[in-house]
Write a protein of this length. Structure first.
Length: 241
């Protein structure tokens, strides 16, 4: 299977064009839109989000990963990484730093293959989709191996909001297993306590909990944490005993 992890959004032609390329080149492979609203132009937050989703993706899968504010420049080289038997394809801009840091095995390759024509602004369609197709077809991709190094040396856990869903629930970059349940999160002078389910707090009250991907998430019971707590991507979370 080929998974799409992007900040393209559902509107506009971008996802459709990527799907079209993959359907033409690998019609027998299933393409799954894993997420299309990754934090826009934000490889840092997206790196933690990507890492949180990988455990649910089977080995042998290919992940097309594009959150690339530097598209068209020479700043971030195109790479393909074999991480614990899954291929990741995209720009080396930090997006793969966390999933690579958590990996047991990793092989890194800088992509030198180029299509006959490539736009300056849509490498997802013109470069990364064909490379994913070549990997799926077990074709050789022109590239060279290199020793992987984190681009930014970001921490294992990030005390910031990394994703907000349409309910207004706010995911942090903190793995829930790293926190004691007695811990209180301080957000804009408000204390947020732990709960296992939304109903552990009164209607309209905030809580933090372990979400379905093992990350610490903040919600308001039958409310909207984004609005009620005035949170956004990048909002800092203080930990208090």
């Amino acid at each position: 299977m080929i998974y799409l992890f992007t900040d393209y959004g559902l509107e506009g032609p971008y996802l459709g064009q990527v799907h079209t390329v993959l359907h033409v080149l690998v019609p027998e492979h299933k393409v799954i839109n894993l997420i299309s609203d990754a934090p826009r132009n934000n490889p840092k937050a997206s790196a933690y989000l990507l890492a949180s989703l990988v455990s649910h993706i089977p080995e042998g899968s290919i992940l097309f990963c594009v959150v690339d504010p530097g598209v068209g420049s020479d700043k971030d080289k195109p790479v393909m990484l074999n991480i614990d038997e899954r291929w990741f394809v995209g720009a080396n801009n930090g997006l793969f730093d966390i999933v690579a840091k958590q990996a047991n095995e990793i092989q890194a390759f800088e992509i030198t293959w180029k299509p006959e024509t490539m736009s300056n602004s849509f490498h997802g369609r013109d470069l990364y989709a064909p490379v994913c197709a070549m990997i799926a077809n077990k074709e050789e991709v022109a590239s060279f191996s290199f020793d992987w190094k984190d681009k930014h040396q970001w921490p294992d856990d990030l005390n910031e909001i990394i994703y907000i869903d349409h309910f207004g629930n706010c995911m942090t970059g903190i793995r829930a297993e790293s926190l004691d349940k007695q811990l209180v999160l301080r957000i804009d002078h408000q204390d947020v306590v732990n709960g296992d389910t939304f109903s552990d707090v009164k209607t309209g009250k905030a809580l933090w909990y372990e979400n379905s991907n093992g990350m610490t998430e903040i919600a308001v019971n039958q409310g909207n944490a984004e609005d009620d707590l005035q949170l956004k991507i990048g909002s800092h979370i203080l930990l208090s005993t």
